[in-house]
Structures are given as C-alpha cells and as structure tokens.
Design a binder for this molecule. Structure first.
Ligand SMILES: Cc1cc2nc3c(=O)[nH]c(=O)nc-3n(C[C@H](O)[C@H](O)[C@H](O)COP(=O)(O)OP(=O)(O)OC[C@H]3O[C@@H](n4cnc5c(N)ncnc54)[C@H](O)[C@@H]3O)c2cc1C
Length: 564
C-alpha cells in the first residue's frame, strides 16, 4: 500500500497543505478514461488544463499529497507566462512574482558584462518572472480543481502501465491498496526519474556533465534589485561559478559550484553551507547580514532526451521526456511548451480530427525543441563546468581577457530558454506565402504580442483553437472563406476569425480588432486588405498569406490536420 508522507514539508515562506488522498473505495467502478496523466507537476497539470480547453477530460495521478519540495524552478520566461495566461493562471503569477530583465556577470570581483533581455511596449510580460515552483503548482492545481474536466487524485502512485493497441491499463497504488485504471492514452509526466520510462526500457540520448552545484534558498534582506548575478572564479571558490537570484517572500537563491572531488553529502553539511554562504555574502559586501536557511539541494547538469516522445499510446512529456540543465532555466519552461503542444495534438487525435501523423508530428516537433535546447544549453554548461582541460583553458582565457577586452564580454551571454520555432513542421502549409513576408511570425513561430490599448494585448484575444487573423478594412469576410470555416467547424474543429484593421465590426468575423495604430499590421508584415495568418491551437503560425482565398485556406487546414 502506497503511503505518501502526510507531514507538511518544512518551509519558512510557503505553507504546505496536505491534500486528502483519493481512495478507490469512495468511488464507483472506474470507466475507461480518454487520458490518464501520471504526475501532477507543471507538465501534468498544464497538459490537463490544455486538454480541458479542447474539451477532453483527464485524470491526473500524483504519488504525493502536497506540492514539490523546495523552490525548484524559480525563473519563468515570457513565453511560459503567455502559455500560463491561456490556462488562466498568469495573473496569479504576476501578482506575487518578481519580473526582471538584467543579468550581471562578474569576474574576480569586477563586473564584466551586463546583459539586457529585450522588452518592448508590445510585451505584456517581462522576459523573466521569478516565483517559487510550489506557488506555481498551487495556482495550476487550483485551476485544475476548478475545472470539471480535470480530476486530480492525490496519493495515487502508478506502479505499472500495460500497453495495448488502443488503450493503456495502469495499476495504481493508494493508501488503501491498488486499483486498475484504463485510458485511451497515458501521458507520462512523472518527472526526471520517470518510472514509466524505466518500465518501458527506454533510453535517453545525450550527455551528463561532471561537477555538482549546490542550491541554497535563504531568507535575507538584501537591498539589491531583481537582477541575475553570476560570479565567475571568485576568490572564495576559485575556478568555480556562483549564481544569485532574488525570489519573492524575502528569499534569495545562492547557487554555487563545488570544488572538484567534493561529494554532495559533504557539501550539504550545515557547517559547509554556512561557511560558503557567509563567504559569498562577504564578497558582495553583506558579510554579517543575518540569514536563515530554507532549503538546499545538489544537482548536476544533464542534457538528455528520449528520441521519440510518443510510444504507442504512451506519451512522454516534461522531465520524463528530457532532462535539461538548470542554467538557462529550461526545465519547467520547456515543460510548459511541451504541454501546450501535447494538449491540442492529443485532443484533436482523440476527437478523430486527424490521423496518427498528428501525434507523430507532436513528437518530431518537441524532440526537435529538446535537441535545440540541448545544443544551446550544452554551451552554457560547458562554460560553467568545463568538461575537459581544453574547455577550461578556453573558458579561463575568455574570463581573463574580459577584464581588459570588451569584445569577449558578450561571450558571457546567458542563453535563456526561448520558444522553439517549428520551422520544418509537417503541419506548415507548403503552398502559402510564408517566404514572401518580410517580417512577422514565420512558419512554426509563436505569435508576436501587440499592445492594443491600456492593459489589452493581441494574445488576450487568441487561443483555444485555430485562429484566423484576417487583415481587412472592408465590411465583411468573403463568403467563400466563411464557407470553408463553416465546413471545418461542422467537423468539430474550432476556428475563430479575427478581423484586423477595420474600425467597425466586420461581418462574419468573430471579433474585430481596429488596430488603430497599425502596429499589428506592421509587426505581422501585412500592408494590404486580404492578407491572413492561420495560427494553430498552440498559437504557432502554420500558414500565412499576402492574399487569402478559399482554396488556400482549405489546403492549410488539411495540412495542419493530416487525415482530417
Ligand atoms: C533545484 C532546481 C532548480 C530548478 N530551476 C528551474 C528554473 O528556474 N526554471 C525552470 O524552468 N526549471 C527549473 N528546474 C526544473 C523544473 O523544476 C522541472 O523541469 C519541472 O518541475 C519539470 O516538471 P515535470 O512536471 O515534468 O516534472 P516534476 O515536476 O518532477 O513532476 C513529476 C510529478 O510526477 C509525480 N510522480 C512521479 N512518479 C509517479 C508515479 N509513479 N505515480 C504518480 N505520480 C508520480 C511526482 O510526485 C511529481 O509530482 C529546476 C529544478 C531543480 C531541481
């Protein structure tokens, strides 16, 4: 019998709640579910919320009865916030989170580089928002609990998954014993140590780096702005790297690399933690400032991915599908993009709106994203923890040159998580005008947000299905286009038509955005009436035209939903 701990996790800033376990005796016989999701972390919950947005019910199983321990993910990117806006939790995040856009790199006590992440008036969200993972999980859970299509079951541990051609049977252990739950699809969102991945004998590809980092969250009052601080080769930890981040609720993260040969056990001894944190505070001019430890942990960098995320009726997502280094804040941020993608691909497959190629495309797109991140994150990791003497020599040369030579300083640039563009996706329309555009989100790119007025942005009006942005100053959407849209809607495909550019409501459009400043047209590269963008339900562009007609729209929808 599975008995998760019911003692609230210790924390000096987050009041952990212990939820009641879901017990099979209190529920009637279980029917086959469309989707069972293993894991109530960020991946599992955002997948459930995305599925629900597309009308698909899911059961989310968590082996725990409370949110994850420690701060874990603290830095959330703009694209993550746009995804969280879609599932209704961005306001909660921004209400308590700390936005930032500057990073500072120091070498031997001297600041050698100040990074500025781009932010313009068209962005609703800052490049990065800092907030601790348990808060983010709480907001997601509250959204799940409020949704009739999401059934979160605490204290339910999946011990076995048996795959069949058209369903998966899971064995679930609870505090009062086992029950069996069948699903048409099983989503393995069970984290980096995925038991389902092991049970299916799947191997990840990539590299694990030597060298350990300690993460320590301390409560301390430091009169410093919310900016990322990176210290290379500091006197108290020669040759190694220290990162510092401000978190909400008076917490700071101190993240330092261990000297070669030191074990995680040695590093986590209270006296060792204290000596190092004191040394870091002294170095930045705050020696003697009182502080209190909240949580500490040790990690090492890994860049690993499964080569296929879809394995029959089992789909891997988030950390279960890939393990990415913490530098560059990849894990949860990538998990959100996986979930947003998986939600619509799986929902449309379940509804019979596309054939097996849609899920295969999801796997190709997200494995491609993981590989791109691995390539980029590998560079940061090799800079932080040089894997060989050669890399160390090169890194040290950059560091010492940076004191006198400005040109090497941008090499410190911190490659933060950015959304992957599905440039070569099968779902992109080959016969459109993509190549003729001079600007705007190209094939596979996420949309560009645009400020439309006080606290009003383009992305507030999009999402939840296919979006057709139709640029027109005319009075009506042509009847031939409306006929195509009606046919697809009749099949069950959600398509919203947004007319952009007319000052009065355009007939046939679901909504009209006047675009009084012309900014949407400028940023989307459409200067004449009749141009259009087709965005997939995850908001990525799959077709765009300088002139749209019914045949072209039909072709794009067929391409985006293979087999429909
Ligand atoms: C110290 C640290 C700092 C980090 N900082 C950042 C950051 O700043 N930004 C960022 O983007 N990422 C960061 N990450 C990574 C981020 O925390 C993870 O990538 C993210 O939590 C992955 O989400 P997930 O849902 O895929 O997996 P998890 O969060 O691991 O969730 C998996 C869930 O599955 C449950 N589970 C496991 N097995 C079973 C089972 N058999 N049955 C039922 N339930 C099961 C677990 O209890 C858990 O709730 C950090 C991670 C760590 C450890």
């Amino acid at each position: 019998m599975h008995q998760p701990t019911t003692t609230p996790r210790p924390s000096i800033y987050y009041p952990y709640e212990v939820f009641q376990p879901w017990l099979p005796s209190a529920h009637p016989a279980q029917t086959r579910q469309p989707v069972v999701i293993v894991g109530a972390g960020p991946s599992g919950m955002v997948t459930a919320l995305e599925l629900a947005r597309h009308g698909v019910a899911s059961v989310v199983l968590s082996d725990e009865q409370q949110f994850s321990p420690g701060s874990r993910a603290i830095c959330f990117t703009r694209r993550s916030m746009e995804i969280l806006q879609q599932v209704g939790v961005s306001d909660r995040m921004t209400a308590t989170g700390l936005p930032w856009r500057f990073g500072n790199s120091f070498y031997r006590g001297q600041r050698v580089f100040r990074m500025e992440a781009p932010h313009d008036p068209d962005d609703r969200f800052y490049p990065i928002l800092n907030i601790q993972q348990p808060y983010m999980e709480q907001y997601l859970y509250e959204a799940c609990a409020a949704h009739p299509l999401v059934d979160v079951r605490w204290g339910n541990r999946v011990t076995k998954a048996d795959r069949y051609d058209d369903h998966v049977t899971t064995t679930v252990d609870t505090p009062e014993g086992e029950y069996v739950l069948e699903a048409e699809w099983l989503v393995a969102a069970d984290g980096g140590r995925s038991g389902i991945r092991s049970q299916l004998g799947l191997q990840m590809e990539g590299a694990s780096y030597e060298g350990f980092f300690v993460i320590a969250d301390i409560r301390i009052d430091l009169p410093l702005p919310t900016e990322r601080l990176a210290y290379f080769d500091p006197p108290w930890n020669p040759g190694n790297t220290i990162l510092m981040h401000r978190e909400p609720h008076g917490i700071w993260r101190v993240d330092y690399q261990l000297p070669e040969g030191e074990t995680p056990e040695e590093a986590l001894r209270p006296e060792s933690l204290k000596a190092r944190i004191d040394a870091q505070l002294a170095m930045i001019g705050f020696g003697g400032t009182p502080w209190e430890m909240d949580w500490s942990s040790v990690y090492s960098a890994r860049t690993l991915t499964l080569p296929e995320f879809v394995q029959g009726r089992v789909v891997f997502t988030g950390d279960a599908a890939h393990l990415l280094p913490i530098f560059g804040v990849r894990g949860a941020n990538t998990a959100f993009q996986d979930a947003q993608s998986l939600g619509w691909h799986l929902a449309y497959t379940l509804k019979g709106l596309a054939d097996a190629r849609l899920m295969a495309s999801h796997s190709d797109e997200r494995v491609g994203a993981a590989r791109e991140i691995i390539e980029e994150a590998g560079k940061s990791t090799r800079f932080m923890t040089p894997p060989s003497r050669g890399f160390r020599l090169l890194r040290d040369a950059v560091l010492s040159l940076s004191l006198t030579q400005a040109f090497v300083r941008p090499l410190y640039h911190w490659r933060t998580s950015r959304p992957h563009e599905y440039t070569h996706s099968l779902l992109n329309c080959p016969g459109d005008d993509n190549a003729l555009f001079h600007t705007g989100p190209a094939h596979g790119a996420p949309p560009r947000n645009i400020c439309l007025g006080p606290d009003e942005y383009l992305l507030d009006h999009l999402g939840g299905g296919f979006d057709l942005l139709y640029f027109t100053e005319g009075p009506a959407v042509p009847e031939t286009l409306l006929a195509v849209v009606r046919r697809w809607r009749d099949k069950g495909v959600s398509i919203r038509i947004t007319a952009v550019g007319a000052s009065t409501p355009v007939e046939g459009a679901d909504q009209t955005l006047a675009d009084g400043t012309g900014q949407v047209r400028r940023r989307y590269g459409v200067s004449t009436s009749g141009g259009a963008y087709l965005l997939r339900p995850d908001q990525h562009t799959c077709a765009r035209w300088l002139t749209l007609d019914a045949t072209r729209l039909e072709a794009a929808l067929k391409q985006a939903l293979p087999g429909a």
